[in-house]
Unconditional design. Structure first.
Length: 153
C-alpha cells in the first residue's frame, strides 16, 4: 500500500496536520511544528498553509472520504476548535482584572490586525505600518491610563 499524507488523530495540538506530515515524511513532529511556526511568524505562510492543509487533508480515520466530505469535516473541526479556544480564553480572562486585560487585549488585536493588513499589501493601506499604528496605540494607552488616574480609578 502506498504511503499517504493523513492528519493524525493522536499526535495533534490543533488539527493533526504537523503530526500527519511528520509521520508521512518520517521526521520528528517537533521539527515540522517549528517549520510551521517559523514560516508563520516570518511570512504568515505557515498559518495559511496549516489551515489549508487542515481543510483538505483527511484524518486517519476518514482516509476514504471524498474531497467535499473532507473539506466539510475540516471546516467543522476548525469551527469547533475555535469555539473551544474562545471559551478557554474567556475563562482565563475572567481570572484577571478587567480594565488592564481589555486594554492589553485590544492593543494586541489592533496591532495584529494592522500588521496583517500591512503584510497583505493592500495598496490603499500603505500608510498602515507598525511605526504609525504602534505610536498611535502608545498615545491612546497613555491617555487612557492618565484619564483613569485622573478619575481616581
Amino acid at each position: 500500500m502506498a504511503k499517504r499524507f493523513l492528519r493524525s488523530r493522536t499526535d495533534r495540538m490543533l488539527g493533526g496536520v504537523c503530526g500527519g506530515l511528520g509521520t508521512y515524511l518520517d521526521v520528528d513532529t517537533t521539527v515540522v511544528r517549528l517549520v510551521f511556526v517559523v514560516l508563520g511568524v516570518a511570512t504568515g505562510v505557515g498559518v495559511l498553509a496549516y489551515f489549508v492543509l487542515w481543510l483538505i487533508v483527511p484524518e486517519e480515520e476518514k482516509a476514504d472520504a471524498t474531497p467535499a466530505e473532507t473539506v466539510k469535516s475540516g471546516a467543522g473541526e476548525i469551527a469547533d476548535r475555535t469555539r473551544e479556544m474562545g471559551t478557554e480564553l474567556a475563562r482565563a480572562a475572567r481570572r484577571f482584572p478587567s480594565a488592564p486585560t481589555v486594554l492589553v487585549g485590544l492593543t494586541l488585536v489592533v496591532v495584529g490586525a494592522a500588521l496583517l493588513l500591512h503584510n497583505l499589501g493592500i495598496r490603499w493601506l500603505t500608510w498602515l505600518r507598525f511605526g504609525v499604528v504602534g505610536s498611535a496605540l502608545l498615545i491612546v494607552i497613555g491617555v487612557a491610563l492618565l484619564w483613569r488616574r485622573a478619575k481616581g480609578d
